[in-house]
Design a protein around this ligand. Structure first.
Ligand code: SF4
Length: 469
């Protein structure tokens, strides 16, 4: 589908919205858009063209006064998106749960509006419903999430540390991360660890030189507990910052042992993830996730003994799962009662095995699953505290993290709200520098692949030191 925007460069954003109404391979029409401003009135004109036929849709609105060029561009983009949403919604007779909102970080979008003084916090749900056509329950969800993010501290010297272990025991067929199966990189694990230690030592000096303070540490992946207990000890012994929160994403229960959890505890890890994704073992086999419920329950019981805060991820819309199976997974989760639960919606991504074989995904049932989880988790004392959306997520839905008893994960909030700098270490890690006063963000990625990272670790270190200087 061809999209042409005459005055604002936003074809990509519009394509994201169009993709929520139409299948990527559909070609219903071309879209031409223009803005004309005369006096205080701006006219947004959308033309849909197909086979020589043309339909025109016009909307008038007033631009706020005294906008910077950048802000004017963003306001116009938003106006066009709202207009396009109305047109597509009328043409297809469809509405979307998140209305005209696209983008990964819906909560950041509304928080910044509050910070600019454009809307009072308590009026957010009303604004989202009226101006952006967001469903009432999603508008309320976003408002609740924003109110549950009180731990945000905007201080350019306060940073998070992220260490990536992009290795897994096997590959799950819905996964799009650049993660390597252990059997394919087994000979590189030790040297990868040595490179991580080298980068960590350089970062320690950088932190001291620039007077940064590490607030949280997150070791993610991949599956960090694919490392042996002694390899974990080698890594963790290099990390000794007095932090507020220290997470290790264990992920796969088949990699968790008592010995490894002892190491994590000894080095002050406070939070771990054990991610079932589903408690249906037939589905686990179908998606190539080689763990079983016995392993998940045993890992969880051990984690309880060590007094870790535990997060568990589940996914709505896994192949072959109808509402009843998902509901049983939620019930089992509630019986276990981990402090954090993250409910993901299935995403079709390039580079996944699922992309080629999505015939058994019951898409129409997925909104019901997500709404059910949102309702029942809150009835059981869980509160939503962070959210993100992804392209190609079934029904344009979302991923939401929940907490109980005050146990939010600060790192997740910082990452999704872009409020804190992140020092990223290891292959595939991306460092982020947030300049809060200037409302500006810069990013600096490390090499994506383990082999390249090992070969170029000195270059990665030099780039990082320069980036944070
Ligand atoms: S364990 Fe996680 S990172 Fe690894 S393949 Fe499965 S989904 Fe991807």
């Amino acid at each position: 589908m061809k999209i042409v925007c005459e005055n604002v460069d936003c074809e990509k954003d519009m394509q994201d919205l169009v993709n929520l109404f139409y299948d990527e391979n559909d070609n219903p029409f071309s879209i031409y858009h223009s803005f004309v401003t005369i006096g205080e009135t701006t006219t947004s004109k959308i033309e849909l063209q197909k086979d020589g036929e043309k339909k025109e849709y016009v909307k008038f609105f007033s631009l706020p006064q005294n906008l910077t060029t950048l802000r004017e561009k963003s306001v116009k983009k938003s106006a066009f998106k709202n207009h396009l949403y109305q047109v597509l919604s009328a043409v297809t007779k469809k509405s979307l749960p998140w209305g005209s909102l696209t983008g990964v970080r819906p909560c950041k979008f509304v928080r910044e509006m509050v910070e600019r003084g454009e809307v009072k916090e308590h009026l957010i749900p009303e604004l989202l419903m009226k101006e952006y056509f967001v469903d009432e329950d999603k508008a309320k969800l976003l408002y609740d999430i924003m109110r549950n993010q009180k731990c945000i501290i905007k201080n350019d010297k306060l940073v998070d540390l992220f260490i990536n272990i992009p290795i897994c025991p096997t590959r799950c067929n819905y996964c799009s991360f650049i993660s390597n199966e252990l059997c394919k990189v087994a000979d590189k694990v030790e040297i990868y660890l040595d490179c991580l230690l080298k980068e960590l030592r350089a970062v320690k000096k950088l932190i001291a030189d620039k007077s940064y303070v590490i607030r949280t540490i997150y070791i993610g992946g991949g599956t960090p507990t694919v490392l042996s207990a002694s390899q974990l000890e080698k890594l963790l012994s290099e990390i000794n910052y007095p932090v507020t929160e220290f997470t290790v994403e264990c992920g796969r229960a088949d990699t968790i042992t008592r010995e490894k959890l002892e190491v994590l505890k000894r080095y002050n890890v406070s939070r771990i993830s054990i991610n079932p994704q589903t408690f249906c073992e037939t589905t686990l086999k179908r998606i190539g996730r080689k763990q079983n419920n016995k392993q998940i329950f045993e890992a969880y019981m051990m984690a309880m003994e060590f007094d870790f805060v535990v997060n568990m991820d589940i996914i709505a819309g896994l192949p072959g799962e109808k509402f009843g199976i998902f509901k049983r997974t939620v019930s089992t989760l509630l019986e276990l009662s981990p402090q954090n639960i993250t409910v993901h919606t299935l995403t079709y991504k390039n580079g996944t095995y699922l992309k080629d074989d999505n015939s058994s995904v019951f898409e129409k049932e997925v909104p019901k699953m997500v709404n059910y989880a949102e309702k029942v988790l809150q009835e059981n004392g869980y509160k939503p505290y962070y959210i993100y959306r992804q392209k190609h997520q079934v029904s344009g839905l979302e991923n939401v993290g929940y907490y109980r008893d005050g146990n939010v994960c600060i790192f997740n909030i910082d990452s999704m709200e872009d409020v804190s700098s992140v020092i990223g270490i290891g292959a595939g890690a991306i460092s982020k520098r947030v300049f809060n006063l200037e409302n500006r963000i810069e990013r600096e990625p490390n090499c994506k692949f383990i082999g390249d990272y090992i070969d170029r670790v000195d270059e990665m270190i030099a780039k990082k030191v320069k980036f944070f200087s």
